[in-house]
Design a protein around this ligand. Structure first.
Ligand SMILES: *[C@@H]1O[C@H](CO)[C@@H](O)[C@H](O)[C@H]1NC(C)=O
Ligand SMILES: *[C@@H]1O[C@H](CO)[C@@H](O)[C@H](O)[C@H]1NC(C)=O
Length: 665
């Protein structure tokens, strides 16, 4: 199989060679072509008119491209029909949808899809994109001609999948001896994390933190799986002709040095991060006293994990800003008002209907929404959204709580998106870049959790919280968002820098701690060296191509960026007016916000993500200003607290790799 793939690839590069020569000669003959093809739209249309004369074979290429795409669209129809049927056949009304008997069919469908896009990419890569006249056709060819892991030969692809699977088992397999004995073993998720959310015993936290990594270091299992996976990512990039492998990793962002743009956002929110970091370190010292190293100005990794885990639990390990003025509990009221999970879906649907998006039809509720069966609920009861145009479907979690209510607004955004993009031709019927859709979903999630919105649903009696409660809420949200952004960035950068060879195999662990130190002010709890490989479970989770850290990071950033834009459009956010702060806007009922959302959903991938970002937000770049403005009151409050506590935000940076680098003293 490997040999066949190699030959195929060779064959197609030979095919390409005369074309490239041809283009090259044309460029030499007409120096204006390169210029006009990449400048303003006026120049572009000029080029379009001239394409026929400048490229005598343009019409042939266009015809070929259309032919390939038509055929592929036909095959896509079959694939969608199969997934629609599998959705129907395995779900009968009233009965649960079963993930176990669904799995083999899902696998077959995925294989069919992979073989199709593989063959299609092979065919399309012989077409010189710049010679195509029709801009939509051009985008379809461009997007479908290159692949990521799907570009690997069958056996390499299988290996990649196995490695991903192996690394996911690090998270959920019981492999660490429990605190009492080794008769029982526990897994990172959920047991160790739940423990971190509750325990006030620093030694126990440290034990689990170290032990999980010790098990993973046994015969280098984590490191070697990671290195093998990186090798395959590089291989996939080489098939695209990318000398820098991360160009394939960031393929759909279509930006030189995309990592730089992500890093800029991290620095943009860094002043806020540092204030929060300093405040939290003080709380941690108050809780753990001298069990914690007193002159350390960075947060130990196991304590950071705890800070994040405990943030939403009712009895937090570290105190909230105003412990006497806790957030009102919503659970009881929510159960009284919403009664059934279906009502949650309807409320979420109504949110999007109120801003002018698709009305969810009766047939959607009857045919296309299914409850997760009791046997599948488990701890990770997550809704799932399906795409088989012209329909979109939903498999939902029957739990009735605040978190599900918020999450459902994200799922409903995805459903709406699926309905709109399903009208576009295959190849541009997707989000313009990974993370864009979940960014829109995130904006709706943020809106749905505001006091204003909970009041609208009659879950809260008041449409705003008092100042102290509001600060408690921003504080908890801040832990979730502000601490997460640098972590997603670190995990993404670590992978990409290893992939691109900026981090060598001999210094992986040191480089990892270097990033933690620089971007997050986090240190390991004890002395570490290259015998272990210390990234946390979220790093491995993000190696799953379905939810990479890049996408997580983008959906946080874009989420607040979109949210800010929708709130400005709705005039529920009025900068400078304390009556209308960003953090209490739900843009419910705002047709203006809805128009923006609809416009970017309808465009799918027919335009560059920057063009769509600009339509929605006015920005052409990622920006942290949504985050900064949302958390503005928290930022002010933290600065005051830190000043009062005589705490200087920031930490010592600079790390050296030596034999036993990185002791916390
Ligand atoms: C690729 O091209 C070959 C030869 O023209 C054709 O038989 C095949 O159907 C095409 N496949 C796709 C997916 O475009
Ligand atoms: C609602 O909140 C405002 C501002 O905190 C407060 O003045 C008002 O008394 C509250 N209303 C009720 C019914 O609790």
């Amino acid at each position: 199989m490997k040999i066949k793939h190699y030959l195929l690839w060779n064959r197609h590069s030979k095919l390409q060679l005369p074309l490239l020569l041809f283009i090259y000669i044309k460029i030499l003959a007409h120096p204006t072509i390169t210029h006009s093809a990449s400048t303003s739209s006026a120049a572009k249309s000029n080029t379009n008119n001239n394409i026929k004369t400048k490229y005598p074979h343009a019409a042939t290429y266009e015809a070929h491209a259309k032919q390939y795409l038509d055929k592929a669209s036909e095959r896509m129809q079959h694939i969608w029909t199969r997934s629609r049927n599998s959705f129907f056949s395995l779900t009968t009304k009233g009965r649960g949808y079963n993930a176990v008997n669904q799995a083999p069919i899902k696998q077959e469908i995925e294989n069919d899809y992979r073989h199709l896009v593989y063959a299609l990419a092979m065919n399309l890569s012989t077409i010189p994109v710049m010679q195509l006249n029709d801009p939509i056709l051009r985008r379809r060819v461009k997007r479908l001609a290159k692949l990521q892991l799907y570009g690997l030969a069958d056996d390499d692809y299988e290996e990649a999948k196995n490695l991903i699977h192996t690394m996911q088992t690090f998270i959920t397999t019981r492999m660490v001896c429990s605190l009492s004995d080794c008769q029982t073993t526990v897994a990172m998720v959920p047991t160790i994390l739940n423990h971190a959310g509750r325990s006030k015993n620093l030694a126990d936290l440290e034990y689990f933190w170290r032990q999980w990594r010790t098990v993973l270091a046994d015969r280098d299992r984590a490191k070697s799986a990671f290195i093998s996976y990186v090798r395959l990512l590089r291989l996939a990039a080489s098939y695209n002709g990318h000398i820098t492998p991360s160009r394939t990793w960031y393929l759909y962002y279509d930006t030189d040095n995309f990592q730089r743009e992500l890093e800029d956002v991290v620095w943009e929110i860094m002043p806020l991060y540092k204030e929060l970091h300093a405040y939290l370190l003080k709380c941690v010292r108050n809780t753990y006293g001298d069990k914690l190293n007193a002159d350390e100005d960075a947060i130990p990794a196991h304590v950071l994990e705890q800070i994040v885990r405990q943030a939403w639990s009712p009895r937090t390990v570290f105190r909230t800003p105003y412990p006497k003025n806790q957030l009102p509990t919503v659970q009881q009221r929510l159960e009284e008002i919403l009664v059934t999970p279906l009502k949650i879906i309807k409320k979420a649907a109504e949110f999007f209907e109120s801003i002018g998006l698709n009305q969810m039809s009766d047939s959607f509720y009857e045919k296309f929404s299914r409850r997760i069966g009791d046997e599948d609920i488990g701890s990770d009861c997550r809704a799932e959204v399906f795409y088989f145009p012209p329909d979109a479907a939903l498999r939902y979690c029957p739990k009735l709580d605040y978190k599900k209510l918020m999450q459902m607004h994200g799922n409903m955004a995805e459903l709406q998106y699926n309905l709109y993009r399903g009208r576009l031709p295959f190849g541009v019927d997707s989000e313009p870049c990974p993370g864009f859709a979940s960014g829109i979903g995130e904006a709706a999630v943020i809106a749905s959790g505001t006091p204003r919105h909970l009041n609208r649903l009659h879950i809260l009696f008041n449409n705003s919280l008092n100042e102290e409660q509001s600060m408690n809420r921003l504080f908890r949200m801040g832990i979730h968002t502000i601490l997460a952004i640098p972590q997603y960035f670190i995990n993404d950068k670590f992978l990409v820098d290893v992939m691109d060879g900026h981090i060598g195999a001999q210094e992986l662990n040191c480089a990892y701690w270097g990033l933690q130190n620089k971007y997050a002010g986090v240190v390991p709890p004890m002395r570490r060296n290259e015998k272990t490989f210390d990234p946390d479970f979220k790093f491995y989770r993000g190696l799953n191509p379905e939810k990479p850290n890049t996408v997580k990071l983008l959906s946080e950033i874009l989420g607040f960026q979109f949210y800010r834009a929708f709130c400005l459009a709705s005039e529920q956010y009025r900068p400078g007016d304390p009556e209308y702060p960003l953090h209490n806007c739900d843009f419910y009922g705002s047709k203006k916000a809805g128009t923006l959302m609809k416009e970017i959903m309808e465009a799918g991938a027919t335009k560059h993500w920057r063009d769509l970002l600009e339509i929605a937000t006015g920005d052409r770049k990622l920006s942290g200003k949504g985050v900064m403005e949302y958390f503005a009151p928290l930022y002010t409050w933290l600065k005051e607290q830190n000043k009062q506590n005589d705490v200087e935000p920031g930490w010592e940076t600079g790390t050296r790799c030596s034999k036993d680098y990185y002791s916390p003293t």
